[in-house]
Design a protein around this ligand. Structure first.
Ligand code: NAD
Length: 291
């Protein structure tokens, strides 16, 4: 039986660890929060007393932590030099590309096989085991990670070398942030010019303005399939998380000297919206700031 040390059992990691346990993996779970640990135990994982305790005898380590500094801290303080040589390290957190690449290189130098494997899909997809994983790292790491990730998701795609998973994630979410703002402002303009939102949807969704933000995640209530807009913008993907990803994209664009004016503008608009105390709403609520 494959033994997995799972570190970080929050909103996302809790459901992911439970899915691994349900698929027959021996999951040794650890989180700083006793409550998260209790939930993992109830879901069939073995609660570990520390990261070191979770690592003992593990074939693979999966991390699902808030940001780059948490992953770097856990890798450098708890994993490197303590996990057995050859252990597979899978980081599913969304972190900055530079840290992902640095940790990938350090892990390889210390005899580990590491991949960055951030996810698309929120808490519901983590619970349902329908996440999409975009994986950066060497071919042997991808091959070993694939069945483990498949147990938690619906799609597992090898993006390229170390850091390529994080690159794919932030480029995708920068596009999503900008396309949501553009979709929202088109609805606002149509409305102010007297065009019925449903009529605009019917036309644009089969015309060249069609995009996922419109046809799968429409920011206008009562138009298109059911979305967070129909629930007062509750649930879904929070403005604060979109902001995190737009900041990571801006940081990466700066270090690569890439011009990303639409991503930069989306970042400004989401920053202003969050500063108004709206960071907990779904990101499609940005339409409220444009009205
Ligand atoms: P979360 O804050 O709910 O969970 C993080 C967990 O990590 C917490 O339970 C915390 O106690 C634990 N933790 C922090 N430092 C630790 C340490 N040193 N050792 C052990 N445990 C530690 O966050 P989340 O919503 O589960 O998100 C996790 C990652 O997934 C983030 O990088 C986020 O950007 C990404 N993500 C989240 C969503 C979403 O919808 N929530 C969607 C896609 C990607």
């Amino acid at each position: 039986m494959t033994t997995i040390a799972f570190i970080g059992l929050g909103n996302m990691g809790g459901g992911m660890a439970a899915n691994l346990a349900a698929k027959g993996y021996d999951v040794r779970a650890f989180d700083l929060s006793a409550e998260a640990l209790e939930k993992a135990k109830a879901a069939g994982c073995t609660a570990a007393a520390s990261a070191a305790d979770a690592l003992a005898g593990a074939d693979a380590v999966v991390t699902m932590l808030p940001a780059g500094q948490h992953v770097a801290g856990v890798y450098r303080d708890e994993v490197f030099g303590k996990a057995a040589a050859g252990t597979l390290l899978i980081d599913c957190s969304t972190i900055d590309v530079a840290t992902a690449k640095a940790l990938g290189a350090e892990a390889a130098a210390k005899g580990y096989v590491a991949v960055d494997a951030p996810v698309s899909g929120g808490i519901a997809a983590a619970n349902a085991g329908t996440l999409t994983f975009m994986v950066g790292g060497p071919d042997d790491g991808f091959a070993r990670a694939q069945p483990i990730l498949q147990a938690m998701g619906k799609a597992v795609i090898h993006a390229g070398g170390s850091g390529a998973g994080q690159t794919a994630k932030i480029c995708n979410n920068m596009l999503l942030g900008a396309s949501m703002v553009a979709t929202a402002e088109a609805f606002v303009l149509a409305d102010k010019l007297g065009l019925d939102p449903q009529r605009f949807y019917d036309i644009a969704s089969v015309s060249s303005g069609q995009c996922w933000s419109m046809t799968s995640y429409c920011p206008v209530p009562g138009v298109g399939p059911e979305t967070p807009a129909d629930r007062g913008y509750q649930g879904g993907f929070a403005v604060a998380l979109m902001l995190k990803d737009l900041r990571l994209a801006a940081e990466a664009a700066g270090s690569a000297s890439a011009s990303t004016p639409m991503g930069a503008r989306a970042l400004e608009l989401y920053e202003a919206f969050a500063a108004e105390g709206q960071g907990g709403l779904d990101f499609s609520a940005i339409i409220k700031s444009l009205r």
